[in-house]
Design a protein around this ligand. Structure first.
Ligand SMILES: Nc1ncnc2c1ncn2[C@@H]1O[C@H](COP(=O)(O)OP(=O)(O)OP(=O)(O)O)[C@@H](O)[C@H]1O
Length: 220
């Protein structure tokens, strides 16, 4: 892949908080339709790196080039952007409108069904469990169909069935040419779904390369 084909390219990125180094010399690139798993122990800097990749935080050194329009990038972080006073349907309608989308009720119900929330369509999102809120958040991303999706531990709070659905959705993105950068602690299972793995450890890149050659035990 030449650099011009890359959706995202990171060159020698470093991040300090004050005088505390989180990581340095992080380089990677991602092409269209590629899935990259970001792995590493707690505190290794995965979320920090993802925020830098998404343009939500500035690296202390190095370059990040994201070759997409902002509306083609979706970011799902730890906070779920859910309006508690709105129902699931109303939340989706609201988010769609922010992207200039005005889907019909039937289309929204199809989305809610995809995440197993059709029966909660008319319930206020403020009453949702963490897993339900996470599923609604995923529906928000499916609705927009971006070209690059950042997922920071999307499996947190999901039951095994929802986790299996999420994994199916993530591989479905690849088939549609959508790139995914995905932080997961289920490294052994999730490496099998990824094209590339970037593992952080020891304040640097412990591994970056094909998922097929990654040994989770060695890097995490
Ligand atoms: N805004 C901040 N100010 C100061 N330190 C921060 C800030 N954000 C993160 N850190 C520190 O940077 C380090 C990396 O944090 P980060 O959340 O990126 O790690 P992580 O690999 O995603 O961890 P986890 O697996 O626990 O989610 C941690 O030591 C954290 O305390």
């Amino acid at each position: 892949m030449s650099v011009s084909d890359a959706v995202l390219s990171v060159k020698r990125a470093a991040k300090f908080f004050g005088n505390k180094l989180v990581f340095k010399e992080v380089s990677c690139e991602l092409g269209p339709g590629e899935i990259m798993l970001v792995a590493g122990p707690n505190g290794a800097g995965k979320s920090t790196l993802m925020r830098i990749m998404a343009g939500l935080s500035i690296p202390s050194a190095g370059d990040v080039s994201l070759n997409l329009d902002p509306e083609d990038v979706a970011y799902l972080g730890h906070a779920t952007f859910i309006y508690p006073g709105l129902t699931a349907l109303e939340n989706l309608k609201f988010w769609g409108a922010m992207y200039g989308l005005f889907p019909s009720r039937d289309e929204l119900m199809t989305l809610l069904k995809r995440v197993g929330l059709e029966r909660a369509a008319e319930e206020k999102a403020g009453s949702f469990s963490r897993g339900m809120a996470q599923r609604l958040n995923l529906a928000r991303i499916y609705q927009v169909e971006p070209k690059l999706i950042f997922l920071d531990e999307p499996g947190t709070g999901l039951d095994p069935k929802s986790l299996a659905t999420l994994r199916g959705e993530i591989t479905g993105f690849r088939d549609k040419g959508i790139s995914v950068i995905w932080i997961s602690h289920h490294v052994v299972e999730d490496t099998a779904l990824a094209d590339k793995v970037l593992a952080l450890g020891g304040k640097k890149v412990a591994y970056f390369g094909p998922a097929s050659e990654f040994t989770p035990e060695a890097a995490c």
